[in-house]
Design a protein around this ligand. Structure first.
Ligand SMILES: Nc1ncnc2c1ncn2[C@@H]1O[C@H](COP(=O)(O)OP(=O)(O)O)[C@@H](O)[C@H]1O
Ligand SMILES: [Mg+2]
Length: 235
């Protein structure tokens, strides 16, 4: 479980995130909605140790991780699949996946099982495991990025706009996989601009605007909220 309290963050003294409170429960799918530039990625970076928050606290399973290192946070079971995928395009699919297992490198058996699970989840990646990651389609590259995050054996997975740049049909496939991952018991914190699809699979959600939480509720409540419908669902 993640409990974020009063979290603020800035870039070069420009405040971007303002006292954000968010809870993401184990095994649930929590969605963070918000227009481009509303602070979703900044929130995730501040949670995963990539960006030092200026105020507030991030608790993961009751432990304060606000000042832990990115690798330390992954080791505790919180994985961050960043926006834009950040693969090594020249390296093979399998090598990219294995990078995610870095914090588990002491346990060869476990890493092997994790790799098998990734291939089970994404059979196409097994087929293409020796190919350069950069030669894959956008959707397949997103699968590599998600698979790489799963290689660290997380109990909670942060996914930053996995549907970005993907065609609707491919987006649906990626969303189906997110549901499958969630069904395995892995909690998911998902940032999306694709509010419609995200709310269909989410348990609960938050809406960010200009770095602040402006709305929150169960996925159903948000779907039925006229403000969400107007701003994000095209109703
Ligand atoms: N590396 C950065 N340096 C300076 N400003 C940034 C940086 N990254 C994001 N910002 C700014 O922070 C705000 C929030 O951005 P971001 O968290 O990326 O939003 P979102 O992920 O919701 O699109 C925006 O105004 C953006 O321009
Ligand atoms: Mg973003």
């Amino acid at each position: 479980m993640i409990t974020i309290t009063g979290l603020s963050a800035s870039y070069d003294a420009v405040d971007v995130l303002h006292a954000v409170d968010i809870t993401a429960n184990d095994g649930e799918l929590t969605v963070i909605l918000g227009a481009n530039g509303s602070g979703k990625s900044t929130l995730f970076k501040a949670m995963s140790g990539v960006l030092r928050p200026t105020a507030g606290q991030v608790e993961f399973n009751g432990e304060d991780i606000t000042r832990s290192s990115p690798a330390g946070i992954v080791k505790k079971g919180l994985a961050h699949c960043p926006e834009g995928r950040h693969l090594f395009p020249q390296m093979s699919v399998e090598k990219n996946l294995m990078l995610g297992a870095y914090v588990r490198r002491g346990d060869k058996k476990r890493v092997k099982a994790l790799l098998e699970r990734s291939y089970e989840l994404f059979p196409i990646l097994h087929e293409k495991r020796k190919q350069a990651a950069g030669s894959l389609s956008g959707g397949q590259q997103q699968m590599v990025a998600i698979g790489r995050s799963l290689m660290s054996d997380p109990t909670m997975l942060i996914l930053d706009e996995p549907s970005m740049g993907l065609a609707p049909l491919i987006t649906q496939q990626v969303f189906d996989t997110i549901v499958e991952i969630n069904k395995e018991g892995i909690g998911v914190l998902l940032a999306e601009q694709n509010a419609n699809s995200a709310l269909q699979i989410a348990t609960s959600g938050y809406v960010l605007a200009e770095g602040r939480v402006v709305l929150s509720g169960t996925a159903k409540e948000l779907q039925n909220d006229p403000r969400v419908q107007r701003a994000y669902l095209g109703v």
